[in-house]
Write a protein that binds this ligand. Sequence first.
Ligand code: SF4
Length: 391
Amino acid sequence: MQTITVDKPKQIKQQKVLLLNPPGDKKYFRDYYCTKVSKAHYYYHPVDLVYLSGTISKLCQVAVIDAIAESLTESECLQRVEEINADVILFLISSPSYNLDVPFLSQLKNKLPETTFIGTGDVYREFKSDGFKMHDFLDAILLDFSTEDILDYLNKGEGEIINNVIYKYKGQIYAGEEIHGHGKFQIDTPRWDLFSINKYKFPFERKSKFASILTDFGCAYSCSFCPISTLGFKLRSVSDVMEEIKLLKSLGVRELFFRDQTFGVNKKRTLELCEALKALKMSWTCFTRVDVLNEDIIKPMQEAGCHTIMFGIESADEELLEQYEKNTKQSQMLEAIALCKKYSIETVGTFILGLPGDTKESTLKTLEFAKKLNLDFASFNIAVPRFGTKF
Ligand code: SF4
């Protein structure tokens, strides 16, 4: 009798991916390709890792360590990473924390030489392929956290060119193009269960717990001092956003920080989102521009739970604002703040001091104007060159 042997289906081991925000001596926000440092005790979620947690969970087992939120020392973090024993570590890196990040990641790679190290952050948008010459620990670079390009790399990073990914394979570099989209996009609901939501703090929160959420990616404007202006601009559907917010509500979240750079830029969608939000009775804060906010959207926003709006005022010098393509006017700033007062919404103005072209006179003019604006909160920041900025 003839025996027929049938090949068993090949068992593909599911990879374990660790999303890592490394430790630091300050509360670095390494996310969204525009790193900042917390000026007090507040710390919000690294949105890159939040959204990658949903995307990567489609294919892999995912773990998260946010060493900054959890106040882990380097040695505590190293120990936690070793315990997780991941096949892949996808880490954040940033220019302000660079001198700490590089030795920490080198140390980690020495301990885990078989683990694949993928880096993302402002540093690699600047270095691109040169990153491999500078960082021995690096196996791949991810240039856009909002796409599924990372899945293509995890699936078939063996000599194919993949958009938004640059990687090493058998001693060669494969460099995909950096492409950010426009229009609409879909992204999987993040694995919020993997983040210690209680560890994050937000100065304007009125209820706890709070979560940071994106309803879009990039920005529709092109202010040339701002790295976000180089990321394209695309919108999530209201139904996807609401699915995420309902999940957050089921986890006890009552407060949201919309990390969209200009909330309300698409009026029709903003009205739909506000209508859907009303029933959930959440309270929230967002960023918008003084030339976007108007009577049509502010009332629905307030009825949907908005209590605080942050505006990038930047400077009182209209010529400087024009030079950097912000193109907002003092009159629009005054009107937007007055509109917020009318609807009892608190206001935060953020300012940039020291842009090339900002003089002692224009800086003093900005400070005087800040006092006149009748803001509830003001935040003054020093201009810093970043990848994609004009200076
Ligand atoms: S509107 Fe804000 S986020 Fe958009 S490019 Fe200008 S400064 Fe950047």
